[in-house]
Design a protein around this ligand. Structure first.
Ligand SMILES: Cc1cc2nc3c(=O)[nH]c(=O)nc-3n(C[C@H](O)[C@H](O)[C@H](O)COP(=O)(O)OP(=O)(O)OC[C@H]3O[C@@H](n4cnc5c(N)ncnc54)[C@H](O)[C@@H]3O)c2cc1C
Length: 380
């Protein structure tokens, strides 16, 4: 019995799980990782099936199940195959900012096709000299007639190079503002104004790119401002409030992947004449993991539930799950490798890859230390 999950959400969980069982496959993931290529075809499929849309509202083609809907879908995808589930959800998590603050016309133009799986999103905040300290960013957007002219650079933008639209945070005359641009804007500027440099291979999530964006007198129409001018920091942080919960769902699904794999293995692996699960130290470790998983599940579902109710405690819970669940997932996946002995170290078993993939969840959209700062500010 789970107080936060009703029958509709259970049906979503079942449908996503069934899809993942049929479609997510480790060999396919390895092929895309080796080619350093985004799984666009699968992304389109989850869009068509409504799995991207579960958490978005009906006016942009979603099903309206909010943060809990997102959590269910992302958790199930990562539970089957962390690297793929994370990559697929990273196609639309950057779109949250635009969904929350975009005008009706902007949401119709960008968010609806994203919900349908036709558009991949990106959000560009981090710069070479401004990471955790977002407020110190230097990229400028100067008002000139009916355009802004952007100069500066961004790093670590996920989906750089193949995103269909980018939400950019930059500095203008009124402070920090958010603005959206798409392929049409890029093409209208010409090649010298916008450069994307792939930062190359990472520790994990190698089907996605992390890119540097360089803007040189890049023109974006003034109508593309997202939300209120000068309030861009708030706009982005509000998008991150949901993003952090959904990233915790990536970590939660990934820890289930590790745990379920080792329970199964421990029942089958015979040593000293019995299945290794019969060694009490193994059984106790599994119990510790199970309890940690249940703590994370409750915290995660509660955070999503509070977010959906616009509860004032939601901000704190969003940071609490972004802190707690990734740290637990990293610990559990790391320990899981030991359960398989030498086999755990082998790539085809999936655990070492899952550990590398999940490692980023305690870093992006605010490191664990930054989450602690946010929580401390709210508590004391
Ligand atoms: C794979 C990947 C994908 C990413 N995707 C995106 C994206 O799509 N869009 C985007 O804009 N960014 C993205 N990022 C950037 C990411 O959000 C930043 O890397 C992260 O916020 C940390 O910033 P930083 O790397 O500059 O580290 P820094 O801010 O330099 O931090 C370095 C260390 O100092 C600690 N620290 C900093 N400030 C404090 C403080 N006040 N108190 C205590 N400790 C502190 C940090 O916790 C960290 O341990 C991505 C990064 C990666 C690696």
């Amino acid at each position: 019995m789970d107080p936060y999950i009703d029958n509709d959400l259970k049906d979503i969980e079942k449908a996503v799980s069934e899809f993942c069982r049929q479609e997510l496959d480790q060999e396919y993931l390895h092929k895309f990782e080796e080619e350093h290529r985004y799984p666009k075809e699968l992304y389109e499929k989850i869009g068509e099936l409504g799995f991207i849309g579960v958490g978005f509202s009906e006016d942009v083609g979603g099903s309206g199940y909010g943060a809990l809907g997102h959590v269910m879908a992302v958790k199930e995808m990562c539970r089957k195959l962390p690297g793929m589930g994370m990559a697929l959800s990273l196609g639309y998590i950057p779109g949250f900012v635009l969904d929350i603050y975009g005008s009706d016309a902007q949401r119709e133009k960008y968010v609806r096709p994203m919900v349908e799986g036709k558009y991949i999103s990106a959000v560009s905040v981090t710069e070479p000299d401004s990471g955790s300290d977002i407020g110190s960013l230097k990229t400028k957007m100067e008002e000139k007639g009916d355009h802004f002219v952007v100069n500066g650079s961004k790093v670590f933008t996920t989906n750089a190079g193949y995103a269909d639209f980018y939400t950019l945070l930059a500095r203008d005359e009124e402070g920090l503002s958010t603005i959206v641009f798409d392929r049409e804007v890029i093409e209208s500027n010409g090649p010298k104004s916008f450069e994307v440099n792939d930062l190359g291979r990472k520790m994990g999530i190698n089907t996605t790119t992390s890119g540097e964006l360089v803007f040189s007198d890049f023109h974006i129409p003034k109508d593309n401002v997202v939300g209120q001018r000068g309030k861009g920091l708030r706009t982005v942080l509000d998008g991150f409030e949901l993003g952090r919960i959904v990233i915790a769902a990536q970590a939660f699904g990934s820890m289930l992947y590790g745990y379920e794999k080792i329970v199964d293995y421990s029942k089958k692996r015979m040593q000293f004449g019995k299945p290794i699960i019969k060694f009490q130290s193994i059984e106790h470790d599994l119990v510790d993991m199970y309890v940690e998983i249940e703590k994370c599940r409750n915290l995660l579902y509660k955070a999503a539930w509070l977010y959906d109710r616009k509860d004032p405690e939601s901000k704190q819970y969003s940071s609490m799950v972004k802190l707690a669940v990734p740290e637990s997932a990293i610990r559990i996946l790391n320990r899981s490798i030991d359960f398989l002995g030498g086999y755990g170290y082998m790539r085809d078993q999936g655990l070492e890859g899952a550990l590398r993939d999940v490692r980023i969840t305690s870093i992006y959209e605010g490191t664990s230390k930054i989450q602690k700062n946010v929580i401390a500010r709210m508590l004391y």
